[in-house]
Design a protein around this ligand. Structure first.
Ligand code: FES
Ligand SMILES: [Fe+2]
Length: 407
């Protein structure tokens, strides 16, 4: 991919083609549990701009530009009063709906409703705070397969990754890497379960010391993004990429199993908010289901990866690798967390990816298609076309694992 095209899909700041497009969609900005009544506003960054979120006394959520609309003091420093933040500089008071209710700098007769406040529409759903950061009128709230589920049926963890959001997404389009990078992690996490019996080949191709299946990949365009499939001797894995940053990925062959979604929202050009979400539309999570088994490995659901950083080499254990106990040496024995940290180490290790220097193979087919789809969506939007996929019905879109071999 040319550098200019790569820049178009990766750069998200104000006024960029992709940045403008992405601001059209509702954004999952932080876990609902991070906002508690009466607690300090929480600062966050999205698309290279700074915001705060807070919870009002009635439980409602407020999302505002971090800079106070009066003279730019940080509203992260503000007091919380009822359902409002009150700036500590001159006392402007703004409620969770973004309405300016008091401004001591103005006479009592002043018309405050004419003053823009930097407030953004927001709400809680599925344990996530959703905000709309665009200009004009917000589109309808999105409805996903996990929307509206109670706490017993949906759980998520977040982490900040020091890599561009497209790099994280590419890792999800590139399904093949799971057979190599996550091979050991999956085997140790899932043991001889139905999932494993159908998941990995135990046979190394001639001349290789690694057992894997060479998959056949296919992609089918949809009104929300695309559906993609990886097929090999053991299984068909059906994934869905929903514009712009959602991927439903398969977990196991049982249709009643917990399901998984990964979301990669750009914080800025070099940082991504990584959401790992699990849900079950049918029943509350079972103790031995994927979600309950996965999340105990996460020390902090608000920042799951903080223990593994580029500075500490993602705690790669070279000794375990040399002794053949581990293939990646990363987060060994940490269950599902291992898989996520392995992905993060790859993306952060890539650094600022130069897509013009790659040598792509047959297994990179979906990656290429995804990049093209993002580029097309950004250019179309710049030309005045509607945001791709924004109004598609995705309420029934899920990943499906179809085993060919029954255990
Ligand atoms: S800067 Fe916030 S009230 Fe003046
Ligand atoms: Fe991965």
């Amino acid at each position: 991919m040319k550098m200019t095209e790569s820049d178009t899909i990766t750069q998200v700041g104000p006024g960029t083609p992709m940045g403008s497009l992405l601001r059209s969609y509702w954004v999952p900005v932080l876990r609902s549990a991070k906002l508690e009544v009466g607690q300090a506003p929480v600062r966050f960054r999205m698309f290279g701009e700074d915001y705060i979120a807070f919870r009002g006394a009635d439980g409602s959520v407020g999302v505002l530009d971090e800079a106070c609309p009066h003279r730019g003091a940080s509203l992260a420093l503000a007091n919380i009063e009822d359902n409002c933040v009150r700036c500590i500089y001159h006392g402007w008071k703004i409620d969770t709906a973004g309405k300016l209710v008091e401004a001591p700098t103005h006479p009592l007769t002043a018309k405050l409703d004419k003053i823009p406040t930097g407030g953004h529409p927001s709400y809680d759903d599925a344990g996530m705070v959703w905000a709309w950061l665009g200009v004009g009128e917000a589109p309808p709230r999105p409805v996903f397969a996990f929307s509206g589920l109670p706490e017993s049926q949906v759980i998520s963890a977040t982490g900040v990754v020091r890599a561009n959001w497209v790099q994280m997404l590419e890792g999800l389009w590139d399904t093949f890497h799971a057979q190599i990078l996550h091979n050991r992690a999956n085997r140790s996490t899932f043991g001889e379960t139905a999932r494993m019996a159908n998941y990995y080949s135990n046979v190394a191709p001639p001349g290789s010391s690694i057992a894997y299946d060479f998959p056949e990949l296919s992609v089918e365009s949809t009104d929300y993004g695309f559906a993609y499939r990886s097929s090999d001797d053991l299984k068909d894995l059906n994934y869905a990429w929903i514009m712009p940053w959602y991927v439903h990925h398969t977990v196991g062959p049982n249709p009643l199993d917990d399901k998984a979604v990964q979301i990669h929202v750009p914080i800025d050009d070099d940082h991504t908010l990584f959401w790992q979400l699990m849900y079950n539309r049918h029943v509350p999570f079972e103790p031995d289901g994927y979600a309950r088994r996965s999340f105990p490995a996460f020390a902090d659901l608000n920042e799951f990866r903080s223990e593994f950083t580029p500075e500490n080499g993602w705690r790669q254990d070279r000794e375990a690798m040399a002794e053949g106990r581990s293939f990646t040496g990363i987060a060994d024995g940490r269950g599902a967390l291992q898989i996520l940290v392995e992905d993060i180490a790859i993306a952060e290790g890539q650094g600022h990816l130069d897509r013009s220097k790659e040598n792509l193979g047959a297994t990179d087919r979906v990656v290429t298609r995804g990049r093209k789809a993002l580029l097309q969506a950004a250019l179309d939007f710049e030309r005045g076309e509607p945001a791709f996929g924004l109004r598609a019905d995705v309420s029934a879109v899920e990943a499906v694992f179809e085993p060919k071999v029954h255990s």
